[in-house]
Write a protein that binds this ligand. Sequence first.
Ligand SMILES: [Zn+2]
Length: 371
Amino acid sequence: MLAAMTITTAYVCPRCGIRSSVSSLTWCCPECRGPWDLDYTAAPVPLGALAGRTGSLWRYEEALPLSGPSCSLGEGRTPLVPLTDTVSAKLDFLMPTLSFKDRGAVMLAELARRLAPRRVIADSSGNAGTAVAAYCARAGLDCTVYVPEGTSPKKLEQIRAHGARLAVVPGDREATARAAREAADEPGTFYASHVFNPYFLHGTKTYVYELWEDLGGRLPDTLVVPAGNGTLLLGADLATAELYAHGLIPARPALVAVQAEAVAPLAEAFRAGADDVPGPAPVAPTLAEGIAIPYPPRARQILRAVRDSGGTFLTVTEDQIRDAQRDLAARGLFVEPTGVACWAALTAAPRQGSAVVPLCGAGAKTGLAPA
Ligand SMILES: [Zn+2]
């Protein structure tokens, strides 16, 4: 194991302005207990100089808060495939652990490797935990993943196969998050949280840098993204802000966020004109389990990002999710139910202009939703 390196970038609380050294392993703002942002300014990425660089998301080195990774698994550079004349799909399920979460997990594992904590912990009922387990294995880090009881055996098997310890927590997803956060407060622990740690968002933002490169320095009129904890949405917001600030795109695309009707606290707050989610939303069962988040810690940022972009929220029913999964499979693309929500939303409410939807996770992870 490496000796800990000093990371000079600082965490900053978007609400209180409180700062903390990244090396301190403090996982949330000590004042409001909210998630951190990163005090980091990206440099312009030179479009013309990208050819010949590494074929992974690390090719956008000017815009990344870490460089020279040793735990990369070649993540990123996923294909963009047309679905209709105006809508294309970005196949983010073609990642080392079969979901877009690898974009952020590689950042967290690389950061943890440099900070050399005693152990890494994560909490997830699905793709994020799997991704963190895989990248910790690659980085040689001791990793424990907290999961709620009742998590599917297939997911537990994948996490265990990567050598991570499993802590199965009785109760719901919130009970698991609480258990992980208690453990995260123990000294020497790096909390690889896809929600609280902003390095994750600087990984997911490469989704947009790739689009920008593949479209020859342009972005579509609309980016349709799923919203649970908003990790892809906030990454997309970061990237479009950076590209626009550097004069590399003429205008920022609209961010259209998609939730399942069954668990839609963000969509409801957006429609009510609120700037935050008032409290935990009621939860009904949904096929889109990856975005079924009753009380997202970054709700304020998500709502502001969508409003500022001129975008909106759309919700999809369980039937629409089921139909979209079958529709995509009939087009040759087998995607998990959470990952088809954006295509379902766009099918139900077509938009003017060009749009890209992410297909976030592989259908092999969940199988086909029962009819
Ligand atoms: Zn704060």
